[in-house]
Design a protein around this ligand. Structure first.
Ligand SMILES: Nc1ncnc2c1ncn2[C@@H]1O[C@H](COP(=O)(O)OP(=O)(O)OP(=O)(O)O)[C@@H](O)[C@H]1O
Ligand SMILES: [Mg+2]
Length: 623
């Protein structure tokens, strides 16, 4: 057999190979060029596209520029001004460092780089793939302009994979939105086919930037959070539980001005919203993490979107508890507006795309683009397994009260027990104390006069919240108060379940359930916890035991959380049931004592207010 000869690949082929990883679509080019501009200390970055970048991408900046001699060096593979030694690789303070973006882009396009460092000696080089086709002096201010034309002209397979222009534009718009949020003091301008698509003012004001990016409703509902430990400083803004979206694309994670994706950090944010926001809904968040660059490893993937953190679990806990505290200290009564009453659903779920500064009619962005945002951001689905896990985690949770709410797929989450420590907050009392009961409507809603507002309580949701918190608290106790049953309960299980139950004896004892085998497939329960409602003893004990033995693989906190949700729903008064005034009083009192009285454990509002002004608008008393 003839042994194959080992050849060194030519520079061109090596560039094409790394282009395959770095340049997937027009937005990847924009990302690399904009990041270069940020690294060059630009304060204004303008991105001009023709046909959503498929035909042409120009990125202009007012950064420090490059000299005539440096430009040809910049397009060489592994040429970078950002790191020098291997030590620098573990202390990266710039967005780029791999020295492969420009040669990669150059190898799959017709590229022209013009740059100037003094406002006088501007110079340009023009390439067609790796061939230099033109060069010369050019007059331009200090900064750099990179023009990329006919992307993928020499790689037809890539070209064929591009989506429609509107989808490609949505990828770029989302990307610039995120980069702008990470760099609020830089002014960004995005233009497509001579139309202004998005612009920021570079003022550094995050709230107005969030407004410019996600709309006024979002900006108005933002709450601030901040915390630090020895390693990390976290800060940012996140929406209250009244404004949310159906996907996670609005959770922006930024570390040292770099936008990243990290599933565990994302979970840390969404964990803070558990039982506050409906299942399958996500907040709009900007989370900034600052730390010493040596604590993170950016060199995980060519796109530099994935990061490894030192002490990630501690960071994750800090994020969940900080955002949780901020939420629990905010009045989260859902405020119904006339437009919601017309729409009937209190869910704000508009198109995610930016405040478009319109010159003409805005382009209609197709549904498919919304779905693909993270895919694009992912650029190659770096952690497909985790992605799958995450999807399961989302989809299988039931929104229906009475249905199975097992949360089995939460097993994929890292086993961490993050508790949001909450103190009672004064304003909660004040709301409940101002309410005067008017009556029950539709045998489901309790109406209250709150002075300037009409309040509606969903009796089932409110009762569920009270019961849920009671059960959660009892689960957290070291030992539960129990009482001995006058008539012990006999419960039947299968032969295979009996050993599993015996294995859980200690845990069941801790919960206040004392039992002993009764021979065969029967156990006899002699003591049960005090909190179990009368007449529901058998059902509750059965549920608890079954839940414990069937959720062996999930973390305790996840298991208890789903059990509490399930049990709370059983006990709570259903809709379509009359309620006595004394029961209303008791419910209101119990709700007032809750740590989170504003939502049911599934995240739906318990309490909704409609201002007199909104009511007057309905009656056309005011305009
Ligand atoms: N807009 C710009 N202004 C000034 N210098 C630039 C600009 N773009 C690129 N450069 C110079 O060219 C070099 C090569 O850029 P390139 O993007 O290929 O690599 P990098 O940014 O160093 O690393 P990475 O591949 O991770 O992006 C940079 O290190 C920088 O010195
Ligand atoms: Mg770069």
């Amino acid at each position: 057999m003839n042994l194959p000869t080992i050849n060194e690949l030519s520079k061109e082929i090596a560039n094409l190979i790394s282009a395959g990883e770095v340049v997937e679509r027009p937005s990847s080019v924009v990302k690399e060029l904009v990041e270069n501009a940020i690294d060059a200390n630009a304060s204004i970055i303008k991105v001009e596209l023709i046909n959503s970048g498929i035909k042409k991408i120009n990125v202009l900046d007012n950064g420090f520029g490059m000299t005539k001699d440096q430009i040809p060096v910049a397009i060489k593979p592994h040429a970078t001004s950002k790191i020098k030694t291997s030590k620098d690789l573990f202390n990266i303070a710039t967005l780029g460092f791999r020295g492969e973006a420009l040669p990669s882009i150059q190898s799959v396009s017709k590229m022209r780089i013009s740059s100037c460092t003094d406002g006088v000696n501007g110079y340009f080089y023009q390439y067609k793939s790796s061939d230099l086709v033109d060069e010369g002096v050019t007059s331009m201010p200090i900064g750099t302009k990179v023009e990329v034309e006919n992307l993928f002209f020499n790689t037809p397979a890539r070209l064929k994979h591009l989506s429609t222009e509107s989808v490609e534009l949505s990828h770029i718009t989302t990307l610039i939105n995120r980069i702008a949020l990470a760099n609020p003091t830089i002014q960004f301008i995005l233009i497509n086919n001579n139309k202004l698509i998005y612009q920021t003012d570079g003022s550094g004001d995050i709230i107005s930037l969030m407004g410019q990016t996600y709309g006024l409703d979002v900006a108005k509902s933002l709450i601030k959070f901040e915390n630090k430990n020895d390693l990390y400083h976290i800060k940012g803004y996140t929406t209250t539980n009244n404004v949310y979206r159906s996907n996670k694309n609005y959770i922006n994670i930024i570390i040292n001005n770099r936008i990243i994706r990290n599933l565990n950090i994302l979970f840390a944010v969404t964990d803070a919203y558990k039982s506050i926001i409906p299942v399958g809904k996500y907040p709009i968040t900007i989370l900034e993490i600052e730390c010493d660059p040596s604590l993170i490893d950016v060199n995980v993937h060519p796109t530099k979107l994935e990061i490894r953190f030192t002490d990630e679990l501690i960071l994750r806990e800090m994020i969940t508890s900080t955002i949780g505290k901020a939420l629990y200290h905010t009045e989260l009564v859902y405020e119904a507006k006339e437009k919601d009453i017309k729409k009937e659903i209190p869910v704000i779920d508009e198109n995610p795309y930016v405040t478009v500064i319109k010159e003409d009619e805005p382009e209609i962005i197709k549904e498919e683009s919304i779905e693909t945002l993270w895919d694009e951001f992912d650029e190659g689905n770096v952690f497909p397994d985790l992605e799958d896990a995450e999807d399961n985690f989302d989809d299988d949770e039931e929104y229906d009260d009475d249905e199975n709410d097992e949360d089995d797929d939460n097993a994929f989450e890292l086993e961490i027990e993050t508790k949001v420590e909450v103190q009672k907050v004064e304003f909660q009392e004040s709301i409940f104390d101002t309410l005067t009961y008017i009556g029950q409507y539709h045998k489901t809603y309790l109406l209250f006069d709150g002075g300037a507002e009409l309040y509606l309580i969903d009796q089932h949701a409110a009762m569920e919240r009270c019961m849920y918190e009671k059960i959660r608290k009892s689960f957290e106790k070291e030992s539960n108060q129990s009482y001995e049953l006058l008539v012990p309960i006999k419960l039947e299980f299968s032969v295979s379940e009996i050993p599993l139950i015996n294995e859980k004896e200690h845990e069941l004892n801790k919960l206040g359930i004392k039992f002993e085998p009764f021979g065969g497939t029967t156990i006899i329960v002699r003591e049960i916890p005090l909190w179990i409602p009368k007449n529901l003893e058998i059902e509750f004990i059965n549920d608890i035991i079954n839940h414990l033995i069937n959720n062996q693989n999930v973390s305790k906190s996840v298991m208890y959380e789903s059990l509490a949700k399930k049990l709370s729903c059983k006990k709570s008064i259903k809709a379509n049931t009359s309620i006595l005034d004394s029961e209303v009083n008791e419910l209101l009192n119990n709700l007032k004592q809750c740590q989170m009285p504003y939502t049911c454990p599934h995240g739906r509002p318990t309490l909704v207010k409609i201002s007199t002004y909104e009511i007057e608008k309905i009656f056309k008393r005011v305009i």
